[in-house]
Design a binder for this molecule. Structure first.
Ligand code: DC
Length: 212
């Protein structure tokens, strides 16, 4: 079974996807990390983030072994990822890797922006996770402070809104809810509540399929 989890930045979809994968014994792929890895490599090499040919080359030669580099988690790399991910040739270069990951039995949970719409349009379960931007900014600020970093909530909110705008309005694979995706608004749910709601959705889909 393939479970597609999409949603905007800082919506909590990453934690949710990881927990769902653990619950069902599936593999998990945070696809944002792939775009972050491309952006990080471009920044480290001093390359222009909008240089599509170079960015596509970087994407084609990515080493998944670098995906757990903590440097990929920074805000700056996230924003840069939003820029490189709007380049069609970069997205094209990364499709096969994501689809191959998803196809390995017994199942996988992929989280990103275009999993239910482009990468795995036939995923058995699609969940579109949203949360109020102000709440997303508060959560990001709390996370940063818990890592001992300073956090300016207003700046984080501005960054989140700019990222939403870029991710939703790019011409290729924009962030949008697939017509057959369930909407999960976790603005007023804690992590456990969100995980329970997601499991309920998966179970409802499974039960529906068994009855057919
Ligand atoms: O989820 P994240 O913050 O790690 O994602 C970073 C950026 O990567 C995000 O702003 C847009 C892009 N991205 C994408 O275009 N498609 C995906 N499937 C995942 C992320």
């Amino acid at each position: 079974m393939i479970i597609a989890i999409d949603g905007p930045a800082a919506s909590g979809k990453g934690t949710l996807a990881k927990r769902l994968a653990a619950h069902y014994g599936y593999r998990h792929l945070d696809t944002g990390v792939i775009y972050r890895a491309v952006a990080h490599a471009m920044l480290s090499a001093g390359l222009d983030l909008n240089d599509e040919a170079r960015a596509a080359e970087v994407a084609m030669t990515l080493d998944p072994g670098t995906f757990d580099d903590p440097a990929l988690k920074s805000h700056a790399v996230g924003s840069a990822a939003s820029v490189v991910s709007a380049l069609p040739k970069v997205r094209e270069a990364l499709v096969a890797f994501q689809r191959q990951f998803a196809a390995v039995p017994p199942g996988a949970v992929l989280d990103g922006r275009d999993i239910g719409t482009v990468i795995c349009p036939d995923a058995e379960v699609k969940i579109f996770v949203v949360a109020d931007p102000k709440i997303r900014a508060q959560r990001r600020a709390l996370e940063a402070r818990s890592r001992g970093e300073a956090a300016d909530e207003a700046a984080i909110l501005a960054d989140i809104l700019a990222r939403d705008e870029r991710d939703q309005n790019r011409s290729v694979a924009p962030l949008k809810q697939a017509p057959d995706a369930y909407l999960l608004d976790n603005s007023h749910l804690d992590i456990e509540g969100g995980v329970r709601a997601a499991i309920d959705i998966v179970e409802a889909v499974r039960a529906g399929r068994q009855r057919v």
